[in-house]
Design a protein around this ligand. Structure first.
Ligand SMILES: [Fe+2]
Length: 419
């Protein structure tokens, strides 16, 4: 663990609670006074419009006399999509007296689009030129005011300094626009909104959050600052992840007020776990599962959370067999004690891990395997991947911050075993 030079990125102003999203108009006035005239509202394909809260949120914005510019995002965000939003925002900004801010209300794709659009609206060039690896410019570090309202608990994009954009195909990529200025000003978590996510959304999103927490917790870049968030997030996930999967399977129909309150508590816990995963990964980085996800997501349109859910159990099993350092073993074991729910609290989990590291690692692998069994996801072939493609992709998956390395042939075996 590196405590020298340890750093934590900014944490946005955070509001939480059932009905908190209905205060959106007031939150904007509190934060920016009369300097904002128009809200560029970026939401999902149609899920937000179907939510009974959406008309009340929009009515609240009109009550505060905001003009509205609407954008709908479906699928993984691309540079072309961001550029279309930016063109409309820039056009509106040319109107006399128009001062815009961006509000992203949706899953990780929506929030990533909102972050990139808010930044690119203050810069000259197309978004592609600011992407790491494929572009040639650094973001200027400016953006329009930005509020993120997650409707899923997964990517933690509401807390991170990057926006992931992809272009699918033979020359495809999945790359980040990265700058601390991309961290939103305000994040609002409302369990009434979060509770609308169905199983097909909640399960992959939850797998993404758990993967990010685990990868940040064992990362070679983990520090005392990031540990606070990653291990607390793992402890929250122990109950929240399986509960959210069960709730969303049952769809919440016909439940009593007491059951609804329990659902809201668990949805809030999972939202916090995802938020903490974003805070932790922004400084600690991620591991092999995300290294592979970055490559896979550029080839076929596969939801990011599905890649995480498929890969996390077998990759963790392989990494824990190859790990050599004592610190790495203790970290994996502490994750196991927390994620299995055997122990609550980071210090107690580390004590148990120092005494019995192997048992903690067994618990970790057992918990992940049982969750994969209970909350299954479609395999790679459902998204068009072939054995040849996966074998070729194995060598490209980054293990940069991973505490252990796995031979490429073993990575290929894991990938092709998930067809
Ligand atoms: Fe992720």
């Amino acid at each position: 663990m590196h405590e020298e030079g340890a750093a934590l990125e900014a944490v946005p102003r955070t509001l939480m609670g059932a009905g908190s999203v209905l205060r959106l108009g007031k939150v904007i006035r509190e934060g920016w006074g009369d300097s904002i005239s128009t809200v560029a509202l970026i939401s999902g394909g149609s899920s937000f419009d179907r939510n009974p809260l959406s008309s009340r949120i929009i009515a609240g914005l009109y009550e505060e006399h905001f003009g509205l510019l609407r954008f709908h995002v479906s699928g993984e965000p691309s540079p072309a999509l961001v550029d279309r939003c930016v063109a409309d925002i820039k056009k509106k900004r040319q109107e006399r007296g128009a001062e815009l801010m961006v509000v992203g209300i949706g899953g990780g794709s929506v929030i990533d689009t909102a972050k990139a659009a808010a930044a690119c609206a203050t810069m000259e060039e197309p978004s592609l030129r600011y992407l790491e690896g494929v572009g040639d410019l650094l973001p200027a570090g400016t953006r329009l005011p930005l509020i993120a309202i997650p409707t899923t608990s997964g990517t933690g994009s509401e807390a991170t300094k990057n926006s992931v954009l992809s272009s699918v195909g033979t020359a495809g990529f999945k790359k980040s626009m990265r700058h601390p200025a991309l961290i939103p000003d305000v994040v609002i978590f409302d369990p009434m909104l979060l509770d609308a996510a169905p199983y097909g959304v909640s399960a992959p999103a939850g797998w993404d959050a758990v993967t990010q927490l685990l990868e940040a917790a064992v990362s070679t870049k983990a520090t005392i600052l990031t540990d606070l968030y990653s291990f607390t997030g793992l402890s929250l996930s122990a109950e929240a992840f399986p509960s959210v999967c069960e709730f969303s399977k049952a769809n919440g129909d016909g439940s009593s007020e007491a059951e609804r309150q329990t659902r809201y508590r668990v949805r809030s816990d999972m939202a916090l776990a995802a938020f903490y995963s974003g805070i932790a990964l922004a400084s600690a980085g991620l591991g092999l599962v995300h290294g592979a996800a970055g490559v896979l997501g550029g080839i076929h349109a596969i939801p990011h959370g599905v890649v995480c859910g498929l890969l996390l159990p077998p990759v963790t099993e392989a990494l824990t067999m190859h790990i050599l350092s004592n610190d790495g073993k203790i970290r994996y074991a502490a994750c196991g004690y927390l994620l299995s729910g055997r122990i609550k609290g980071r210090e107690a989990a580390f004590s148990a891990a120092r005494e019995a590291a192997d048992s903690g690692i067994v618990l970790l692998n057992e918990t992940l395997a049982s969750w994969q069994h209970s909350y299954p996801l479609p395999g790679f072939s459902e998204y068009g991947f072939t054995e040849e493609e996966l074998t070729a992709l194995a060598a490209k998956a980054s293990m940069k911050n991973s505490p252990a390395k796995i031979p490429v042939e073993e990575v290929a075996k894991i990938l092709t075993g998930l067809l």
